[in-house]
Design a protein around this ligand. Sequence first.
Ligand SMILES: [Mn+2]
Length: 395
Amino acid sequence: MRILHMADWHLGRIFYARHLTEDQAYVIEQQLYALVKEAQIDVIVLAGDVFDRAVPPVEAVELWDAVITKLTLDYKIPVLVIGGNHDSAERLEVGRDLWSQSGLHVWGRLERSLRPIYIADRDGEVAFCPMPFAEPRTVLTQLLQTEPSEAQAEIWQSLPVAYGPIYEAWATYLRSLVKPNVRTVAIAHAMVAGSETSESERPLVIGGSASVGVDVFAPFNYAALGHIHRPQRMGADYIRYSGSLLKYSFDEANHMKSFTIIDMDAEGICTIEQVPIKALHDVVNIKGYFNDILQDDALHQKHKNDYVQVQLLDTAPVIDGMARLREVLPYAMSLELIGRMAVDVTSTATVAYKQLSERELFEQFAEAVRENPLSETEKTYMNRLWERLLKETDV
Ligand SMILES: [Mn+2]
């Protein structure tokens, strides 16, 4: 069976005030559709965070509408989708009973998630076990609704209500339902202990551990994970994060985003292939001095199409930096003055600043910016202004 594993699309994401829907559509329309056909994918898995927010913008919903229609009605490929922590579980699964008749299976809330779904190939069936994102308390409540034996209920109730033990019980329960000798795939949106995170993932809990041990997923033949945006294997090739569709923060600049294709044989042994994703605009960091960056034509040429974060080493202030940067790098998104931030606040220079009056500080600032001291006329004007300002603030 050939499975395409994806996660963390974050449709409707805004990156430094820029809507990424066009970028997301580019990857989906120009690469995903072709890949699904050429690679002869049997099943598509999307492991949560379809949307970036609970109420996504209309363009994002329209893109989703086009994708699910194309994949299920045109290509006739089963698509299995779970909700992530960014999705609204209720909104995501609206229409699920109708959709499932066309091969689109969506799990948001847990009520309908507590059983596997079977998809067959020439080697037999594969049981896909959906584990949409949910808090441990919710999972426990739903497990107890499954009419367990008294002994089982007691075991579940004695567990600490934390992600680790509850997700383990959840995964074990799902596997207990699978018919004997059937291959298994877990689809989960979770934070596996030891994963390498990025800035664009929203923590699952504030102040506490949301992590789940990798052994929760070890008994499956494959674990299709979502939540962590860097593609990575978790201790074994068959337990992995596909990573996000695009780079969603500047600390992801060195990620290689990819589509993950899994070939599962009759025994359930998986072979992995990663197909690189080519973004409409790459995400890059540039570090250097402002004037060097402004004058480097080769650099402008290379990154004219990229979302750029510039980190300036300059220690002097840079005036109107972003506007000047965008003249040479049209997609410059962020400008950080790391040189100025690195100036030690306890250094003698800083202490000296503190002993200067407002007027003296302003004069030094003006001189640094204009590379020329204030003229006598300007000083006289500033003096009058200072007197007025100080009087007004005294009130
Ligand atoms: Mn995510």
